[in-house]
Design a protein around this ligand. Structure first.
Ligand code: ZN
Length: 180
């Protein structure tokens, strides 16, 4: 091997060792927005995927990032998420937001919607997320008060940007509660 060949080989090895995916470093694709996307780009992609923009889709997007972070799980695979709640729009728009941020989808069957099941009083959605690697299930409730809040926002005919910003910056504890 020539000196240049050796140098290239060494650089490739160093590159591989430094790479997150090869070093096994956990890098959950967290947050309400994909880390490498600007808020404007995220809004654009969510609207492009969903066809319009409403608070339930944005809430699903935000919650999905939080769920993956809490589970220490990556995007697309690694968990099973069950959403129990009403089976009609606009509520079900939540599912599209969840699919966008978690990459867990109805088609892959690692995201599931259960409708018609009874829920605790005052609860709009019950969500359970379980990591494939095991561990305790993560359970979250979205309170019925969120439906009232979002009805107000939708009646106020806010712009997409306002809906997006409000939903992402609204106090988390008013949007969902983790059950212990
Ligand atoms: Zn929608």
């Amino acid at each position: 091997m020539t000196y240049l060949g050796l140098l290239i080989y060494a650089l490739v090895v160093i590159g591989l060792l430094a790479c997150d995916c090869c070093s096994g470093k956990k890098h959950p694709q967290v947050t309400a927005v994909d880390e490498d996307l600007s808020p404007a780009e995220t809004l654009h992609r969510l609207r492009q995927f969903h066809g319009h923009l409403g608070p339930y889709a944005v809430l699903g997007y935000r919650l999905g990032g939080w769920l993956l972070e809490r589970l220490g799980c990556g995007k697309y695979f690694g968990a099973h998420i069950t959403v129990t709640g009403p089976g009609v729009t606009p509520f079900t728009c939540l599912l599209d937001g969840l699919q966008m941020s978690t990459g867990h989808t109805l088609g892959k069957r690692n995201l599931e919607l259960v409708t018609g099941a009874s829920r605790a009083p005052g609860v709009l959605f019950e969500i359970e997320a379980i990591a494939d690697s095991g561990g305790a299930p993560l359970r979250v409730n979205i309170p019925a008060s969120v439906a009232d809040l979002f009805s107000e926002w939708m009646a106020a005919e806010l712009s997409d940007e306002e809906i997006f910003d409000r939903t992402l910056s609204w106090p988390q504890e008013e949007l969902w509660q983790e059950l212990t």
